[in-house]
Design a protein around this ligand. Structure first.
Ligand SMILES: Nc1ncnc2c1ncn2[C@@H]1O[C@H](COP(=O)(O)OP(=O)(O)OP(=O)(O)O)[C@@H](O)[C@H]1O
Length: 258
């Protein structure tokens, strides 16, 4: 195994069946640190199922998931988070009555508490200092300072997406899975979101695996793309290769890639 195979998320031969429906069929791909990797495909192609297997919400029927060289296939979501894997969900799960600042702080507090919620109640001074520092950095990065005291429930969808991103960023994960983060955003908000994710990867060196339908976002921020159709990998390459692929065009992109 080469050193790059230790450096991020690696999926080999992943197969997931729901009864007689094989949603993901022998899928292999890598999402290294320091790169934004896209996972795209038409509705029902198996992207979310793959994400759920990567984050530990689903057990595969076959295949393995490795994170930074460790086989995490049998581990649950909390253990994967401790190993450096953070994720967002298409349906954001913010705490609407908590402020923006409190929601973001939770990203690191939950990670520090591990599986013991009492630790979150009696957070040691050292941890409180790191939570404060991480929260301030994220508020600035995501330009959420002016909204820090607002309840998350009072924000626009665009601002809520940034809080959701901010919360996972505060967790300090080395690998992030972002599930359709531009959902509900207009094109200006989507571009802004893309700039923030690009900056995070450049500054922190973390890896990102992005599932996304917005091709303008995917093509502008991803360095490498994997294309799924009916649970199988039909193409991989950089955005220019993907645009030029007849197979991808036929399966998915159509005139959007032109
Ligand atoms: N819990 C489940 N039980 C049964 N079938 C499921 C389940 N989850 C997903 N599937 C099926 O697995 C296949 C892949 O679904 P999945 O949601 O992973 O696709 P997707 O690429 O994420 O689609 P979309 O872009 O619409 O979110 C589909 O045929 C879907 O109906």
């Amino acid at each position: 195994m080469t050193s790059s195979e230790h450096d991020g998320l690696r999926v080999d031969g992943l197969t997931i069946a729901f009864g007689g429906n094989t949603a993901v069929d022998g899928l292999s791909f890598a999402a290294p640190r320091g790169r934004i990797t896209g996972l795209i495909g038409p509705n029902g192609a198996g992207k979310t199922t793959t994400f759920n297997a990567c984050s530990g919400l689903l057990r595969p029927s076959a295949g393995s998931v490795r994170l930074f060289g460790t086989d995490i296939t049998g581990r649950g979501p909390a253990a994967r988070a401790q190993h450096g894997l953070g994720r967002t969900f298409q349906r954001m799960d913010l705490f609407d009555s908590l402020t923006v600042e409190q929601n973001i702080a939770l990203g690191l507090e939950a990670r520090l508490a591990r599986s013991n919620p009492l630790k979150q109640l009696r957070c040691p001074r050292r941890d409180r200092t790191s939570v404060r520092a991480a929260t301030e950095a994220v508020l600035e990065l995501c330009d959420l300072g002016p909204h820090r005291g607002d309840p998350a429930g009072s924000l626009s969808t665009g601002q809520r997406r940034l809080v959701d991103l901010g919360r996972v960023l505060a967790g300090g994960f080395d690998m992030l899975l972002l599930d359709e983060p531009s959902s509900g955003l207009d094109s200006a908000e989507t571009r802004r979101f893309g700039r923030i994710v690009t900056r995070v990867v450049a500054d922190s060196g973390c890896g990102v695996l992005l599932v996304e339908h917005d091709m303008s976002l995917v093509m502008s921020i991803c360095e490498h793309l994997y294309v799924l159709d009916f649970g199988k990998m039909i193409f991989e390459g950089d955005p220019a290769d993907v645009r030029a692929s007849d197979a991808v065009r036929a399966a998915y992109l159509g005139s959007e890639a032109a």
